[in-house]
Write a protein that binds this ligand. Sequence first.
Ligand SMILES: [Zn+2]
Length: 402
Amino acid sequence: MLRVVKSSRKCMLVVLLIAVISIVGACTSAPKENGQSGARPAPAETTQPTAAPIPTPSPVPITSKITLTAVGDVLLHKAVYRDAAQGDGYNFDPMFDVVKPYLEKADITFANSESIIAGKEIGISDYPMFGSPIEIGETLKSVGVDVVSMANNHAMDKREKGVRAAINNWKQIGVTYTGAYESQEDRDHIRVIEKNGVKVAFVSYTYGTNGIPIPEDKPYLVALLDKETMSKEIRKAKELADVVVVSCHFGVEYQLVPNEEQKDWATFAANEGADIILGHHPHVLQPVDWITRADGSKAFVIYSLGNFIAAQELQEPYRYIGGILNLEIEKVQLGDKVTIEVKNPSFMPTYIDHQKWGKYQIVPLSYVTEQKLPGIGKLKPAIEERMKQWMPELQIENPTKS
Ligand SMILES: [Zn+2]
């Protein structure tokens, strides 16, 4: 029966279509020209001037630009949170006073929240099982951080309850979190931040969680580096946004250059559609590079952003040097076609200033004197050279102390 109904409908449609074509055909085959009736055949086109054809308007390109800033590890060792202790709580604001203007000026600012902000109830603790005060999250928000990655090897330090507490705290503070999720539904919801008409998606992954297992029935709790999931999520992110930023917690601690594995992950992410890859974990800086995709287009990578605030071994200056990465993202829309370009990368090396395990403050590395850090005169240019070795156009920002 159904088929008959269908075919009789089809017949009616065909009849209708023929009718429409005949009417349209009748109209078009008898054009009115110079006010004359269509009854007479139109003169040959070559003998009489015709009106100039109306050109199809070509689409006008619409250009939008935004800035993205990224910093590395926010890893609160005891010396840092002890220094911030105030009354019943903590105040980390003074540590960020000098760098605040550089973080808040960007349209979108990213940070790696390495020690989870599970808060007092879960327990404030130092290495090797970190638990940080909520107040550091409030400070990050107040200096302009919009999005944090929670996918790192310390994510499970306070087990599942720690992840959930930290997520709740980020929600309450109003900072977008990625890389750790409270449910599969939460994980499936790709984070997209829109600024000035440019939509930027964020996904985050870590190589592992220091051997602390992620409950098998809750794999969404911490996002691990996995090609299949990355591919799926990056592709989904591409559908939702103009730009895809992939945060990768990878590499070997204290190595000054990336290893093959880091390069492989970054290349994989770029080929799947990542525009920007933000690396961290080594606790020291590693260079930036352009990754050329199979189709010839380019993605930006920084292999390690280094420590932004932390208190590791005092005798290791590299562990006190991080930086603020700045990128411009240009979106050009021409009709339905959107092109994205990551432009004008710049980098301001920073230093975690301190005195005898106290008085922590993040400052531009250019503020650091020989008296403060013997050997800085040679160290600073060496770091700059290393950062830009594969991208000579990287601008190094060295502000002078006002
Ligand atoms: Zn790490």
